[in-house]
Ligand binder design. Structure first.
Ligand code: PLP
Length: 412
């Protein structure tokens, strides 16, 4: 067996089209690169089976089978059953739909708690319910660190609370919120959780059953896939939520009732390529077969997390050495504490000034509020300028980080 402490980044990079590596790419929290396996699945669907899927004739049956395989594998990746998973164009879309599906279950004056650490995707649709008689209460971050304190929920939760919406990881703060503990606390108050896992999913394995979450969302285009979003919901909760698709699909049509966009055929088929990717990385590092795709994905993320911790240490050491840099979130690289998404500001310098200066070094970073608009406000920042953000993924190399550090050192 290969030494399990080594994550073979060169092998991993070889699974992606080579032009990806011409730049040191740090906009991964915006969207990941896509491995060849996903491109191949997409191409195969569009070149061989681009017909209305269904069982009427062999080609249509094959198209349906390819789509179903993509859907079922993605449910398996997070430890869910296929009917508990709705795949649609994006997470923003899924939360919007979910808010509409749940609102009829609640009475005027019921309360929902929304963390201001959220990306707007898991904030706006809930805040809008204030206009329909729901009382929306903010769970506020620490204005200096950007951290969320679960103890705050002890005074925010009431017997009217129906839902708590918060991120697993903020796309700016990078800290890992303890989803299982928060969920347990919310359940003790007889309320439900809606967790935005978009910034967590690229870095650690998702285990919806182990965490006992009610609703959990993430986006495939951040974890090596096409531009689609995934909504997991507990079966009984999806059944009681109101149908958002054509009326004739009915209330029992899981998961279709939660996707008024209808399926994007070729993209469903392309999802199989994500499983291909994890299988390839797993096989590179382990001789022994794992029982399930979920186990293989967990094993890959376990190795990748160690690799990410090494990368994080390098960048955090650099950022911490600059007194005029304000890092958002913990400066600990501990893989249990944070994901490798780093946002910072530089004293007396607009964030927007920094990214153009890294271009000469072929380093791609970005600046802005990244739709965590309310969070930048809570941190006392100008949302129009926001932060500089550098984010890594398992294919990021130590050379990339060195190039980033060198570039920032020259600029700062
Ligand atoms: C933490 C987080 N949540 C939600 C979203 C929205 O995801 P989508 O683009 O799939 O709507 C993003 C997108 O950047 C994000 O970073």
């Amino acid at each position: 067996m290969t030494d399990a402490s080594e994550f073979d980044v060169d092998f991993v990079r070889g699974l992606f089209p080579q032009p990806c590596w011409e730049w040191s790419f740090f906009e991964n929290a915006g969207g990941s690169y896509v491995p060849q396996s996903v491109i191949d699945r997409l191409t195969a669907y569009m070149s061989e089976t681009q017909v209305q899927p269904g069982g009427n004739y062999p080609l249509a049956a094959k198209a349906q089978a390819r789509m179903d395989e993509g859907h079922d594998l993605m449910a398996a990746i997070i430890g869910a059953d296929p009917d508990e998973v709705s795949v649609s164009p994006s997470t923003s879309f899924n939360v919007y739909v979910l808010a509409h599906a749940l609102r009829p279950l609640w009475a005027d004056g019921d309360e929902i708690i929304v963390a201001d650490q959220n990306h707007e995707a898991n904030a706006g649709p809930w805040h809008r319910l204030a206009g329909t008689g729901i009382s929306v209460i903010e769970w506020k971050v620490d204005p200096v660190t950007g951290s969320l304190d679960p103890a705050d929920l002890d005074r925010l939760l009431t017997d009217k609370t129906r839902l708590v919406a918060f991120p697993h990881v903020s796309n700016l703060v990078g800290e890992i919120n303890d989803v299982a503990a928060i969920t347990q606390k919310v359940h003790e108050a007889d309320a439900r959780v809606c967790v935005d896992g978009v910034a967590y999913a690229p870095h650690r394995a998702i285990d919806v059953k182990a965490w006992d979450v009610d609703f959990y969302l993430f986006s495939f285009y951040k974890i090596f896939g096409p531009h689609m979003g995934c909504l997991y919901g507990k079966r009984e909760l999806l059944l009681e939520a109101h149908n958002q698709y054509h009326f004739f699909h009915g209330e029992d049509a899981l998961p279709h009732k939660m996707n008024p966009a209808g399926p994007q055929h070729e993209m469903f088929a392309a999802l199989v390529g994500i499983a291909d990717y994890f299988d390839a990385v797993y096989s590179r590092h382990h001789d022994a077969p794992a029982n399930s795709l979920h186990e293989r994905v967990k094993a890959v993320f376990e190795l990748a997390a160690r690799h990410e911790e090494i990368l994080s240490t390098r960048l955090l050491d650099f950022l911490s050495s600059k007194p005029h840099v304000r890092l958002i979130g913990t400066s600990s690289p501990d893989r249990n504490a944070r994901a490798p998404t780093f946002a910072f500001t530089v004293k007396d310098r607009p964030s927007a000034d920094i990214p153009p200066l890294t271009l000469d070094d072929k380093v791609a970073v970005s600046s802005g509020n990244f739709y965590a608009y309310r969070l930048t406000q809570a941190l006392g920042l100008d949302p129009a300028d926001g932060v500089v953000r550098a984010s890594m993924l398992q294919y990021t190399s130590l050379d990339d980080v060195d190039r980033l550090v060198g570039s920032l050192d020259r600029i700062l």
